[in-house]
Design a protein around this ligand. Structure first.
Ligand SMILES: NC(=O)c1ccc[n+]([C@@H]2O[C@H](COP(=O)([O-])OP(=O)(O)OC[C@H]3O[C@@H](n4cnc5c(N)ncnc54)[C@H](OP(=O)(O)O)[C@@H]3O)[C@@H](O)[C@H]2O)c1
Length: 333
């Protein structure tokens, strides 16, 4: 293949970005020992921010977008990989400062490449993608911090989003009583179908203002940040953990030390992009094993081609979408 399609993002002279489909050659991609024949990618919140310029995600221009990719090795100068191996890459700078997954060929350093765990197809790996990997990382860290299903209801915020949907699926499968905080009360059937036991409407929350409010939640997975995260610190039960993942509702955090020094509440920072490789492989093994999502079919809301990306970005940023969007790169896969 001399040239191939890629969704590439340029910086506009007057500010902002401009993105679209182009044909590139291998020589135009960021360097790396491994060339992947991409089969699937996915759309994450960060991809939408990057490609529309609504978030300052990209650290280099022009750049192929896409923080996730799964496919097979086309060529490798690193002995750990051989042509034909099924692999995936998430984060590590892909689609941020290194040409990303929205292209038929993806060239990356060998150190970023995860062998596709047995039992997961490239499609399933991208239905999970960074969102599902992050939800699983949160579960793993919370377990390490002592969280158990018996500790009480586990609240998931941004529940209908990619991370949220996978978190509802994963935690409920582990025996947690999952409560879904959502701005979409009409998503009740969807969220209950993933394992939520009940829903809370985020537009009707009465967060209170005291440093400690009634302790309700055994723990929480938070995709919202801002006021929601502050409220969680005030309402999680003694010794509970809050996995801080996202900022869909704000990047600020205003709280007091009371939840930490009087209730022993922990906020666990979850960062998927630079997760060290041993832990990364461990989490992907779990996603193919004891944490294998049960409801990927209903979580995937759309499978699109590269030319469907702009509409997908708008859907995600409007907050109106649900679940995960998979990008089919290789029509024959
Ligand atoms: N730390 C990491 O490594 C990591 C990895 C992946 C994602 N993230 C972050 O996690 C968040 C979720 O990512 P995602 O890919 O799941 O995005 P997503 O699919 O767009 O989901 C975000 C969800 O947040 C909720 N939401 C939207 N606006 C909100 C607001 N103003 N206040 C509170 N909730 C709001 C919505 O769910 P409801 O309508 O159901 O409330 C929305 O579906 C993003 O902030 C993303 O940047 C972080």
């Amino acid at each position: 293949m001399d040239d191939f399609p890629a969704y590439r993002i340029h910086e506009r002279a007057g500010g902002g970005v401009q993105a679209g489909l182009e044909r590139l050659t291998l020589g135009q991609l960021s360097p790396g020992e491994v060339v992947i024949r991409a089969q699937f990618s996915s759309v994450n919140y960060k991809d939408a921010l990057a490609a529309t310029g609504r978030g300052r995600i990209l650290r280099r221009f022009p750049l192929v977008g896409g923080i996730d990719v799964a496919g097979v090795i086309d060529a490798s100068t690193d002995a750990r990989f051989t042509a034909g191996d099924a692999v995936l890459v998430t984060g590590c700078g892909l689609g941020e400062d290194h040409d990303g997954g929205y292209a038929a060929r993806v060239r990356v350093p060998a150190d970023w490449v995860v062998p596709l765990p047995a039992g997961l197809s490239p499609y399933e790996a991208m239905a999970i993608g960074t969102a599902g990997f992050t939800a699983a990382l949160a579960l793993d860290r919370m377990e390490q911090n002592g969280q158990r299903p018996g500790d009480g209801p586990l609240l998931v915020t941004g529940a209908t989003g990619g991370v949220g949907s996978l978190a509802v699926d994963l935690f409920s499968a582990q025996g947690y009583e999952v409560v879904a905080l959502t701005g979409k009360p009409d998503a009740e059937d969807y969220l209950r179908g993933l394992g939520a036991s009940r829903l809370l409407d985020r537009h009707r929350l009465e967060p209170g203002t005291r440093p400690l409010e009634k302790a309700q939640w055994g723990g929480a997975v938070d995709n919202a940040g801002g006021e929601t995260l502050a409220w969680l610190t005030r309402t999680v039960r003694p010794w509970g953990s809050i996995a801080s993942i996202g900022l869909a509702g704000g990047a600020e955090l205003h709280t007091s030390v009371m939840p930490f020094i009087l209730r022993g509440v922990s906020i666990l920072g979850i960062t998927s992009a630079n997760c060290p490789m041993p832990r990364r492989r461990h989490i992907w093994q779990r996603l193919a094993g004891d944490l294998r999502p049960r409801y990927l079919d209903s979580i995937v809301s759309a499978v699109i081609d590269l030319d469907g990306l702009p509409a997908a970005f708008e859907r995600i940023l409007s907050g109106g979408h649900r679940g995960r969007i998979v990008v089919r790169i290789d029509a024959t896969a």
